[in-house]
Ligand binder design. Structure first.
Ligand code: 5GP
Ligand code: ZN
Length: 116
């Protein structure tokens, strides 16, 4: 499995950095965002290091699909199975700050469109 010793989310997956884990699967780990933007704000990451969603989709499409199914399961578990938002920021100009693929699950408040 690919890992990056300098990557924050690889460290969370390995248990070397503490996070509030909410769901784990064979290929994914889900944990609460440190700076939540909604009552439920969970990040779902693949265990393996990939820089962004497109690289994950190309390299491991099964894990990419599992990010979405994991996020949906967490949304249901938190009581928001019918209304939630999933976001992949890709590139610094789009707001990506951690370059290990992560799917944002946001739920529990009204969502506006377009996003900022
Ligand atoms: P991005 O901006 O790359 O799409 O999302 C990165 C997310 O990681 C941000 O929402 C930020 O709050 C979150 N984050 C940054 N550092 C940590 C950390 O150490 N622990 C957790 N749980 N979340 C973090
Ligand atoms: Zn990583």
């Amino acid at each position: 499995m690919t890992t990056d010793a300098d990557c924050l989310f690889c460290k969370i997956v390995a248990g070397d950095v503490t996070a509030d884990l909410v769901h784990v699967t064979e290929r994914t780990v889900a944990f609460r965002d440190l700076n939540p933007q909604a009552p439920t704000h969970v990040l779902v990451v693949p265990r393996a290091h990939h820089a962004n969603a497109a690289e994950l989709a190309a390299g491991d499409p099964v894990a990419c699909a599992e990010l979405v199914s994991t996020a949906a399961a967490v949304a249901v578990a938190e009581g928001y199975g019918g209304d939630y938002r999933l976001v992949f920021n890709t590139g610094g100009g789009a707001g990506q700050t951690v370059f290990h693929t992560h799917l944002h699950l946001l739920a529990g408040r009204p969502m506006t469109w377009p996003p900022g």
